[in-house]
Every structure is written in C-alpha cells, then in structure tokens.
Design a protein around this ligand. Structure first.
Ligand SMILES: Nc1nc2c(ncn2[C@@H]2O[C@H](COP(=O)(O)OP(=O)(O)O)[C@@H](O)[C@H]2O)c(=O)[nH]1
Ligand SMILES: [Mg+2]
Length: 199
C-alpha cells in the first residue's frame, strides 16, 4: 500500500506573482469553502493538524504548500464560493487561484472535492469548465461520505458521474473521518508523480 513517510508545511502564497516554495511537481486540492480540503489533506498524509481545518467557512485565503516525501507538493487551495465574503475578497481569491492554475507548469493534476450531501454547485461547474480549458488532469473526490447512508452515497456518485461524464476511476468516495478512499487517492496521486518523474 502507498503510504506517506514525511509531510511538512513549506510555505504559503497570498498574492499573484509569488512563486511556489519548491520547484517540484504539484498536486492541488480544490473545492468550495468548507468542503473538507484541509481535512482530506491531513488524512491523506496521516497528520492530524498539518493543514488548518475550520468549522467556519472562508478562513484560508492563501495557497498553502506541503512537501510530501521530499518528492512532490500537495497544495491546499483557498476555497471558492463562500457567499458571505465581501465581493472584493471573493474577486481576489478568484484571481489568486486563476493565476496559480495558469502559471504553474509543474502542476500535474488537481483533486476537486465535492460535498457528497450537496452535489455540484455552480462554482464547481465553473471550476470544472476552467480546468477543462487548461487541460489539467482532474480527479474528483466526494467528501464527508460518512454522513451519508448507502443509497445516499450511490445517488451522489451517480449524480456526479452523469453530470460530468466521468470515468469510473476518476471519482473516489472519501471520508476524512474514517479514512475511506485515502489509499486509492494516494495511489492516483503518486502515479501522476511517478509518471512525471520519468519524463
Ligand atoms: N463528518 C465529516 N466531517 C468532515 C469531513 N471532512 C471535513 N469535515 C468537517 O468539515 C469542516 C470543514 O473542513 P475543512 O477541512 O476545514 O474544509 P476546507 O475549508 O475545505 O479546508 C470541518 O468542521 C471538518 O471537521 C469528513 O470526511 N467527515
Ligand atoms: Mg481549508
């Protein structure tokens, strides 16, 4: 089984034009505010409090970089779609994410998180379209599936697959609470990294 040996915070970027702290392949974790990005990242690397999690949406406004196994960076992106944030702040987040996604040549792929109970939001759809335009390989993770029963999970999976026309292996059911899906996700991530290393 794929496991993470070491993970550490190596820096944050809060304005467009700032460079990532390491010149290494990057995998970004994206999704709306409060969808579970930081929790998933922590669970993925097996470190409870590495990325800051919060019950209050809209807390992380910077792009946070975590060095994994001295080999690649996991990137915790600020969440989008936080309705209560002032308009100018929302705009600034959008610009930051946009610039990051456009300007990062070693961005190998992105894990887009969707809350299993809520399904796709308009912001998610915009993000998907944007990523398609850039050609960034995208994996989808349904989050917080521990809060759903079996039929709810199936509905969520099928809903997302149908809405986006996803392949079977493009979508992973996850729970940061139980650890569901972490092995699968980590394998997909390390496969992308290994592939990049042979190029
Ligand atoms: N039940 C459950 N709660 C979760 C899970 N992942 C995140 N949460 C909770 O959802 C809230 C937001 O999580 P966080 O990781 O900070 O979301 P972020 O804003 O996308 O980084 C926190 O209260 C977490 O404890 C999960 O898999 N299961
Ligand atoms: Mg977060």
């Amino acid at each position: 089984m794929t496991r993470v040996r070491t993970a550490e915070f190596v820096g944050a970027v809060g304005a467009t034009g700032q460079k990532p702290p390491r010149d290494l392949p990057q995998i970004a974790i994206a999704g709306r505010s409060n969808v579970g990005k930081s929790s998933l990242l922590n669970r993925l690397v097996g470190r409870k409090n590495l990325a800051r999690t919060s019950k209050q949406p809209g807390r992380t406004r910077e792009i946070n970089f975590f060095l994994v196994d001295d080999r690649y960076l996991l990137v915790d992106l600020p969440g989008y779609g936080f309705a209560r944030a002032p308009k100018n702040v929302r705009k600034q987040w959008g610009r930051l994410i946009d610039a990051y996604l456009r300007q990062t040549p070693p961005l190998l792929g992105l894990v887009l998180l969707v809350d299993g109970r809520r399904g796709l939001t308009d912001d998610d759809r915009r993000m998907v379209e944007f990523l398609e335009g850039l050609g960034t390989p995208t994996l989808f993770a349904l989050t917080k599936t521990d809060k759903l029963n079996r039929s709810g999970r199936r509905r969520a999976v099928e809903g997302l697959r149908d809405a986006l026309g996803l392949d079977e292996d493009q979508l992973v059911e996850t729970s940061a609470q139980t650890g569901l899906g972490m092995g699968t996700l980590l394998e997909s991530i390390t496969a992308l990294v290994a592939e990049a290393e042979t190029r």
